[in-house]
Design a binder for this molecule. Structure first.
Ligand code: ADP
Ligand code: AMP
Length: 213
């Protein structure tokens, strides 16, 4: 099963992708997590990606597509995956489709987690991320047991540089211009599913499970 998570930054794509990954035993592939791991390890890719991420812009397609195709070619992705944060542009979606078509394959579901812009700033300013294991929390909606410490691996949590309100505004603009058109793109392909992302995260997940069942 090949699933794509669509939605604005902060809509809950990562939260839901992790839950899908656990329930269905599919790898969770997040291009944002791959970039952040590269930034943490000081790689050239990380240095290049950081310039765009900190400005709330998208990392250029050439860089992003390559890391994504390399990742999904790995053995654990043979039976499917959940893509979180990819594609973010029509050209990225076209490259993915082409690569899948060459394998006689296709995207099964594109799930759009719908959250209006008004809710996003609140979601992002309260988000806390673990750069060591990729876990995500929220100070109000998904708090950790010990403040500032990851429940899963014990590392210190960060407020992502790109979750500051001024950057979030840019990211929302970029989303509407470059990423939102993907909703229509996947609708035309007959694989689009919409869920209300404003309700409790377990309720969002129940809606997704009923789609995938
Ligand atoms: P995305 O991957 O789309 O950027 P995340 O999954 O990281 O978004 O969620 C953004 C923030 O909102 C996180 O702090 C997360 O804990 C919180 N969150 C996710 N889903 C919900 C929800 N349904 N209700 C309230 N907060 C949520
Ligand atoms: P995310 O963790 O998905 O919110 O992504 C964080 C940032 O990484 C984005 O704001 C972009 O700068 C960059 N990024 C992640 N995925 C992509 C992608 N598919 N295309 C371009 N940039 C991306």
């Amino acid at each position: 099963m090949k699933i794509i998570m669509l939605g604005a930054p902060g809509a809950g794509k990562g939260t839901q992708a992790k839950m899908i990954s656990e329930k269905y035993g599919l790898p969770h592939v997040s291009t944002g997590d791959i970039f952040r791991a590269n930034i943490k390890n000081g790689t050239e890719l990380g240095k290049e990606a950081k310039k765009y991420m900190d400005a709330g812009q998208l990392v250029p397609d050439e860089l992003t597509v390559k890391i994504l195709l390399d990742r999904v070619a790995q053995d654990d992705c043979k039976n499917g995956y959940v893509l979180d944060g990819f594609p973010r542009t029509i050209p990225q979606a076209e490259v993915l489709d082409k690569a899948l078509t060459e394998l006689g394959d296709k995207v099964d579901y594109a799930i759009n987690v719908d959250v209006p812009d008004e809710n996003i700033i609140n979601r992002m300013s309260g988000r806390r991320a673990c750069v060591t294991c990729g876990a995500t929390y929220h100070v109000v909606y998904a708090p950790t047991k010990v403040e500032g410490i990851c429940d899963k691996c014990g590392s210190e949590l960060i407020l992502r540089d790109d979750d500051k309100p001024e950057t979030v505004k840019n990211r929302l603009e970029v989303y509407h211009k470059q990423t939102q058109p993907l909703i229509e793109y996947y609708d035309k392909k007959g694989v689009l599913k919409e869920v209300d992302g404003t309700v409790d995260m377990n309720e969002v997940f129940n809606s997704i499970v009923s789609i995938l069942a």
